[in-house]
Design a protein around this ligand. Structure first.
Ligand code: F6P
Length: 545
């Protein structure tokens, strides 16, 4: 039995009423009335501590949100995902990124077949390859060892690998250089190969479909660059190109030896694939052992999500709080603010995960939604952001719920740096929640005219996530935490979080425009007047010296 439309679920109406009562309340009052909330409104699992007490919620809010989760069949939906049901309805696919990190010996069925042995066969093949490259046993065409690895991919075939490389650089083999090419803008490729010796360079062409315009264009340019550098030796391709894909035929068509292809499956969405073979560059950087530690971190969070009661379930709590602000407070965004320099690409990674997943306007059965879905996720590492956009979060007119991410230990303990960093995390959440009243500002001797400028309204909500240190396992836990928070949100909105039809139209139109830009003869254009005139102007610019 499927859940009633969202607005007809009893908890939704109760939350609307409750929101009217709570929206005028300040976090200052909520903490004053209930000093224990700082300890109580927290949850901890698998080494991840969440303090959600600085949110505009009470115990009653949480009860209602949890009831909404139950009325939205969240439990049934989680079980359906783990059972391999085709919950990606618009593409008729199972959604089983959780199988990518299932331990050897586990059973996850897709159409009655256990896919876990397949997952581990690929992981073993990746490990063998990574060991060879890292040991210098895999050499290039001229016999030189591989020193540079370039991942060519885009979207999920790029953002995860880039983010994980940056996040886990501390654990990486520094004698290998890693670069990433994604954009069809030739500058991306040109800069990535700057100063590299083709004889020492390995390309990983990562593409689930092996048809993506950007990736195939870059892969062909890479092929030309390599062959030019190695005096046209076609036979060099085998040692300098490997592929990660679900499309063996297209890989072979490109000229990559199928033996050098690392596969995955249609039940892995691009934005959920960094722990599949798409993570080959990550494994080359940090080695198979660390990669498996990362998978174990993912798996620990998966098990927590699958089994923990909702009121102590970290992804559920995070997802429900996002619903609370998006649908009841009208917040348009969520800021993710890692106080860990190695996580500098984490917000960018989360943008695809969250927005390609939940940027949807119809429900699973195709009915237009009558509520707001997917918030905009964004962010930058702290403390840098504090000297940039935090002004707007503190004193602007918008409500921006924030997730602060911090670690108990630095991977680079230097003097007082880490205490200073963490002092800023705690200070920011405190300032956002409690602000500074006009009375407090006046008491400091501020002239009357300046007081309004210096008041901090406060009542700005935040979560704080605290972990011990950024290990491969910790990264896996964090990514899985957000994956399942996205799932929780998508379930409540009754949308398909696993398709991405919204990227199609632009791709198709671009294919139509390409010949209109490239044809020598003036094309007959039948777009709108703006597009026609932009195309004509570009053709003129292109023709001019
Ligand atoms: O932008 C759409 C998309 O399909 C993403 O979902 C995906 O991660 C990306 O393109 C890359 O696709 P592929 O791995 O097939 O090249």
């Amino acid at each position: 039995m499927s859940a009633a439309p969202l607005r007809q679920r009893p908890a939704w109406a109760a939350l609307e009423t409750h929101h009217r009562e709570l929206q005028g309340r300040h976090l200052r009052e909520l903490f004053a009335e209930d000093p224990g909330r700082g300890e109580r409104l927290t949850a901890e699992a698998v080494g991840v501590f969440l303090d959600y007490s600085k949110n505009r919620v009470t115990d009653a809010t949480m009860r209602l949100l949890l009831r909404l989760a139950v009325e939205s069949d969240l439990r049934e939906r989680i079980d359906a995902m783990f059972r391999g049901e085709k919950i990606n309805v618009s593409e008729q696919r199972a959604v089983l990124h959780v199988a990518l990190r299932a331990p050897r010996g586990a059973t996850v069925l897709v159409d009655g077949r256990n896919v876990v042995p397949d997952v581990h066969a690929v992981l073993d093949k990746m490990s063998g390859f990574a060991d060879q490259v890292r040991a210098g046993a895999w050499t290039g065409h001229t016999g030189k060892r591989i020193r540079s690895v370039i991942n060519i991919g885009i979207g999920g075939s790029d953002l995860g690998p880039v983010m994980a490389y940056e996040a886990l650089k501390h654990y990486s083999d520094r004698s290998l250089r890693f670069r990433f090419v994604s954009n069809v803008d030739g500058t991306d490729f040109a800069e990535a190969v700057q100063g590299l010796d083709p004889a020492e360079t390995l390309f990983i062409v990562s593409s689930k479909t092996f048809t993506t315009l950007e990736t195939m264009t870059n892969a062909h340019t890479a092929r030309d660059w390599l062959l030019a550098g190695l005096q046209g030796a076609e036979s060099a391709i085998a040692q300098h190109f490997v592929a990660v894909s679900t499309n063996a035929k297209a890989v072979a068509g490109f000229g990559i030896d199928p033996a050098n292809m690392f596969g995955f499956w249609d039940w892995v969405g691009g934005r959920y694939s960094m722990d599949s073979a798409i993570g080959l560059s990550t494994m080359l950087a940090i080695g198979p052992t660390h990669f498996r530690e990362m998978l174990d971190g993912f798996h620990q969070m998966d098990e927590h999500f699958r089994t923990a009661p909702f009121d102590r379930n970290l992804p559920v709590l995070l997802g429900l709080l996002a619903i609370w602000y998006t649908d009841f407070f009208g917040a348009q965004t969520v800021a993710v603010l890692p106080y860990e320099q190695y996580l500098k690409r984490f917000p960018a990674y989360l943008q695809q995960l969250t927005m390609e997943s939940n940027g949807k306007r119809v429900t699973l059965d195709g009915t237009p939604v009558d509520y707001v879905t997917g918030p905009i996720y964004w962010g930058e590492p702290g403390t840098n952001g504090q000297h940039s956009f935090y002004q707007l979060i503190h004193q602007g007119t918008r409500l921006i719920p924030c997730d602060f991410l911090a670690f108990g230990h630095s991977l680079n303990p230097l003097g007082r740096h880490h205490d200073l960093l963490l002092a800023n995390v705690f200070a920011q959440t405190e300032a956002l929640a409690f602000g500074k009243t006009a009375e407090q500002v006046k008491a400091e001797g501020t002239p009357e005219w300046l007081v309004p400028h210096r008041v901090f309204e406060g009542n700005r909500p935040s979560n704080t996530l605290l972990l011990d240190r950024l290990t491969p396992a910790a990264l896996g836990k964090l990514v899985a935490l957000y994956e399942h928070s996205v799932f929780t949100q998508g379930t409540i909105w009754s949308i398909d979080s696993f398709d991405q039809w919204g990227v199609e139209l632009g791709k198709v139109l671009a294919q139509r425009i390409v010949p209109e830009l490239e044809d020598a003869a003036e094309p007959t254009l039948d777009h709108d007047s703006s597009t026609n005139s932009l195309i004509r102007r570009y053709r003129k610019l292109k023709g001019s010296a």
